[in-house]
Ligand binder design. Structure first.
Ligand code: NAP
Length: 277
């Protein structure tokens, strides 16, 4: 993984949809061995303060230190939020980014995150003036030391192409839902590969039921004494993806982390890559 910035783990634990279980599941994920945590300052889907509680419990118990962790959170436009906003909706977008970041740092009990991600562009059609303003504000947060790296999420190839022509700086990460039927987001991954952007894939299991039913995947799992999920996650890592899992099950956490021990041949990787699209 030469293109990967230093100290980015090879798996991220996702904290969406866990509500009151967020502190305990975050702590459990750290105890099991995850060292990368993904969250967002979007109360509708994430309980970021609960992630902070889980981190604090793990620090107290000596499981991990802040320096040993990769923490990622996101800025979410008002359109993606409910009424529980982490900023003043009347403020301009740059101020909203600064307020959302300050609130994230408070929730997570830290003075910086490792990655700060734009949760999704303002429009599905292309990279807009709003995105240009928000991205510039995120660059300022980075320059002020409040995040090491920056990313974008839920983007198309068109968004990315427009982004790199209108913004001075490309992202370090792209985080997308990864559909096997689109060649596992082939076009966006190729764009990322060319520019040494790390592609983070989510919904690798839930977006791809046809993969989990496929005899090729079952055959690889049987050969490697692995689970179907491990084949998918190991494949993702083999094509230089950084996979996310939000499992709530301790056994699945262990299995997901252990997927990097499964050896896949180049032929198997190619076959899985083109299995559905
Ligand atoms: N940027 C965005 O807009 C965005 C959108 C969605 C998600 N995300 C991020 O991605 C993270 C992961 O979300 P996801 O959509 O990939 O879904 P997920 O929350 O990881 O859900 C995976 C589902 O598969 C099941 N599963 C069965 N076997 C599993 C195994 N071995 N390992 C893992 N799961 C297994 C899980 O059940 P069990 O719990 O019983 O294991 C769960 O129901 C989120 O928490 C969030 O951080 C980001």
């Amino acid at each position: 993984m030469e293109s990967r910035p230093v100290s980015v783990p090879n798996f991220l634990y996702g904290t969406a949809w866990k509500e009151e279980r967020t502190p305990a599941l975050t702590e459990l994920a750290l105890r099991v061995g995850f060292r990368g945590i993904d969250t967002a300052n979007q109360r509708r889907h994430y309980f970021e303060a609960g992630v902070g509680q889980g981190l604090a419990a793990a620090y107290r118990a000596g499981v991990v230190t802040r320096a040993g962790l990769f923490l990622q959170t996101k800025f979410t436009y008002q359109a993606g939020q409910d009424h529980r906003l982490p900023y003043d909706p009347a403020a301009d977008l740059s101020t909203q980014v600064a307020q959302s970041m300050a609130s994230s740092l408070e929730h997570l009990g830290t003075d910086h995150v490792d990655s700060y991600v734009l949760h999704g562009p303002a429009s599905g059609r292309g990279w807009s003036d709003a995105d240009v303003e928000v991205w510039a504000a995120m660059v300022k947060e980075r320059d002020a030391g409040r995040t090491r790296l920056l990313g974008v999420s839920n983007v198309s190839l068109r968004h990315l192409e427009q982004m790199v022509t209108t913004s001075a700086e490309a992202p370090a990460f792209v985080q997308n839902r990864c559909f096997a039927r689109l060649g596992w987001d082939r076009e966006v991954r190729a764009f990322c590969m060319d520019r040494k952007i790390v592609y983070q894939g989510f919904s690798l299991l839930t977006a791809n039921p046809e993969v989990l039913r496929h005899p090729l995947v079952a055959g690889i799992a049987a050969r490697g004494k692995a689970t179907l999920a491990q084949v998918v996650f190991r494949f993702a890592q083999a094509v230089e993806m950084l996979p996310l899992t939000g499992t709530t099950d301790a056994e699945h956490m262990k299995q997901d982390l252990a997927s990097d021990r499964l050896a896949l041949s180049a032929d198997e990787v190619r076959a899985v890559e083109s299995l559905a699209g």
